[in-house]
Design a protein around this ligand. Structure first.
Ligand code: ADP
Ligand code: ZN
Ligand code: MG
Length: 479
C-alpha cells in the first residue's frame, strides 16, 4: 500500500491545442472535425521546398499563457527540430522548442483539502501537432488525416511538485480554468484539445533524491489521471517492497481495466537529435508586446473568485466552485443581474443546480435553463410564494421546459399556502387524528412536533408555509 513508508513524486506534461483561426506555420484552417485532409498545404504536408512562417496569434496566445502561469516571458526564443519517424509526421520531425522556450519558471495556485499550494511550472513552449492515423473500418493498413498537422500546441511542463493524485487533479482543473478564461483553447479532452501525460515515482519518506519515474500516457480524463497515478504509486510500492527496482519506462493506462502496462523502456526511447530549426530565425520578444498583452489580460479564475467574495459576500468555497468554469461564473453573474439575491443565487447554483445537473449528466455547456429562469425561481422562493423544498422540484421541471418557474408553479397549483386560517384548519384535523402524539408532546416528548408538522405537510402536499405551520401548531399544542 502507498501509505506511510513511501511518498509519491508527480510531474505533469500537458499539451493544449490553441484555437487560432489558422495553423502555426501556414494559413490552413485550424479546425477539428473537417473532412480528412481538407485543411492541408505544402507547408503542413512537409513537402520539400516549403517554408514555415510563425502565426503571430500563436505567439500572442503563448505570451498570454506564460503570463497567466506567472512565468518569465523570454526576451529571445527559438524553434528546434525534434526528429522522429512516424506516418502521421510527414516531415519526420516536429518543430518544437528545446532550450529557448517562449516562457519558463512560473507556478499555478491550487487548493487541496482546503490547503493552498503552489505547483511550479518548469516551462511552457510552443510546438506543432502531428497528424492522425485512422484505423477504424479499414481492413488493410491505416489511413492518415493531416488536418491536425501544424495545429498550434503549447506544452506546459510542471515541476515534480505534486505528492498525491488529488493534487494532480486539482492542478489540471486549475490549469484548464485558466486556459478557458484566456479563451486560447477549448480544453476538450474528448476532442484531444487538452492532453496530459503523468510522470510518477516514489521514494522513502524523508529521502531527498527522487526515485526512478514512469511516464504514463493514454489518459483521457482528469479522473483517469488521478486513478492512473494511484495505480502507479501502488504498483511501484509493491515492486520495491518485493525487492524489485522500478525501471524508467513509458506505460499506457487502460481505463477499462484500471491498470497501466509497459509500452517501452528507456532503452527503446527515441533519440530526438534536437537541433535549431534553420528555416525560422530566433525571435526577439519585445517588452513592449509583452506589456501590451499584459494590459489586455482578462480576469483570471483566482481574481474572479476573490471579486465574488468581495462584491457578493459569498463564501470562498462557493466562489471557488462558481468560478472554476467561466461559463458557470457567467451564469451566476447573469442570474444576479436578473435580480436574484447574490447569496441565495450562490447557494442554489453551487449546490442544488450543480447537483441536479450531475444527476442528469449535464454540463454548463449543455444546460438549457436560463439565468432569467434561475433568478425567477430564487425570487419566488424568497418572496415565500413556494417553499425551498418545492423549489427543488420546480428546478427539476425547468430542465425540460422553457416556462418560467412562476408559470410552472401556477399551472401545477404549487403556490405555498400562507393563509393562517387555512393552515389552522389542517392543523386541527391533524391534531384530532393523532391524539397520541399530541399527548406525547404535552408530556414532554418534544420530538412529537416533527411528526405532526410532517402530517400537516403531507396533507397540504408540501405546500403549507413551514414557518407558519410550526408557529401555529406550537401555539395550539401549548394552549
Ligand atoms: P524527460 O527527460 O523524461 O522528459 P523531464 O525532466 O523533462 O523528463 O521531466 C518531464 C516531467 O517529469 C516533468 O513534469 C517533471 O516534473 C517530471 N519528473 C521529472 N523527474 C521526475 C521524478 N523523478 N518523478 C516524478 N516526476 C518527475
Ligand atoms: Zn497548411
Ligand atoms: Mg522532457
Amino acid at each position: 500500500m502507498s501509505t506511510g513508508k513511501y511518498e509519491a513524486v508527480i510531474g505533469l506534461e500537458v499539451h493544449v491545442q490553441l484555437n487560432t483561426q489558422s495553423k502555426i506555420f501556414c494559413s490552413c484552417r485550424n479546425r477539428f472535425g473537417d473532412r480528412p485532409n481538407a485543411n492541408t498545404c505544402p507547408v503542413c504536408l512537409g513537402l520539400p521546398g516549403s517554408l514555415p512562417v510563425l502565426n503571430r496569434k500563436v505567439l500572442e496566445s503563448a505570451i498570454k499563457v506564460g503570463l497567466a502561469l506567472n512565468c518569465h516571458v523570454a526576451e529571445r526564443m527559438k524553434f528546434d527540430r525534434k526528429n522522429y519517424f512516424y506516418p502521421d509526421l510527414p516531415k519526420a520531425y516536429q518543430i518544437s522548442q528545446f532550450d529557448m522556450p517562449v516562457s519558463a519558471k512560473g507556478y499555478v495556485d491550487i487548493m487541496v483539502n482546503g490547503e493552498p499550494k503552489k505547483i511550479g511550472i518548469t516551462r511552457a513552449h510552443v510546438e506543432e501537432d502531428a497528424g492522425k492515423l485512422l484505423h477504424e473500418g479499414i481492413k488493410d493498413g491505416s489511413n492518415v488525416d493531416y488536418n491536425r498537422t501544424g495545429t498550434p500546441l503549447i506544452e506546459i511542463v510542471s515541476e515534480p511538485d505534486m505528492r498525491m493524485p488529488e493534487e494532480a487533479y486539482e492542478y489540471l482543473t486549475a490549469l484548464k480554468a485558466i486556459l478557458q478564461y484566456l479563451e486560447v483553447s477549448d480544453c476538450n479532452m474528448e476532442e484531444g484539445s487538452l492532453r496530459c501525460d503523468a510522470n510518477v515515482s516514489i521514494r522513502p519518506r524523508g529521502q531527498k533524491e527522487f526515485g526512478v519515474k514512469a511516464e504514463i500516457k493514454n489518459l483521457n480524463s482528469f479522473k483517469a489521471v488521478a486513478r492512473a497515478i494511484q495505480y502507479e504509486i501502488d504498483r511501484q510500492t509493491d515492486s520495491i517492497e518485493e525487492g524489485d527496482t522500478v525501471v524508467q519506462e513509458t506505460r499506457l493506462w487502460n481505463d477499462a481495466k484500471g491498470v497501466t502496462t509497459s509500452m517501452r523502456s528507456k532503452e527503446e526511447a527515441h533519440d530526438y537529435r534536437y537541433f535549431p530549426e534553420p528555416d525560422l530565425v530566433p525571435f526577439v520578444i519585445s517588452r513592449e508586446i509583452v506589456s501590451k498583452i499584459k494590459a489586455t489580460m482578462p480576469e483570471l479564475p483566482r481574481e474572479r473568485q476573490q471579486r465574488f467574495v468581495d462584491t457578493y459576500g459569498i463564501t470562498v468555497l462557493d466562489a471557488a466552485v462558481l468560478t472554476q468554469e467561466k461559463r458557470l461564473a457567467d451564469f451566476y453573474e447573469e442570474t444576479v443581474a436578473c435580480g436574484s439575491d447574490p447569496k441565495a443565487a450562490s447557494n442554489w447554483i453551487a449546490n442544488e443546480l450543480l447537483g441536479q445537473m450531475k444527476q442528469r449528466d449535464l454540463t454548463i455547456a449543455t444546460l438549457t435553463i436560463t439565468p432569467k429562469a434561475m433568478a425567477n425561481l430564487i425570487q419566488i422562493i424568497n418572496k415565500g410564494l413556494i417553499s425551498g423544498k418545492i423549489g427543488k422540484d420546480v428546478l427539476g421541471e425547468m430542465f425540460s421546459t422553457d416556462k418560467l418557474p412562476e408559470e410552472i408553479v401556477k399551472a401545477k397549483g404549487l403556490l405555498q399556502i400562507s393563509d393562517e386560517g387555512a393552515i389552522a384548519r389542517v392543523i386541527d384535523e391533524v391534531i384530532a387524528a393523532h391524539q397520541k402524539s399530541v399527548d406525547d408532546y404535552r408530556a414532554g416528548k418534544k420530538n412529537a412536533l416533527g411528526f405532526l408538522v410532517g402530517q400537516v405537510m403531507q396533507k397540504t402536499k408540501g405546500k403549507a408555509n413551514p414557518a407558519l405551520v410550526n408557529k401555529i401548531l406550537t401555539t395550539k399544542l401549548e394552549a
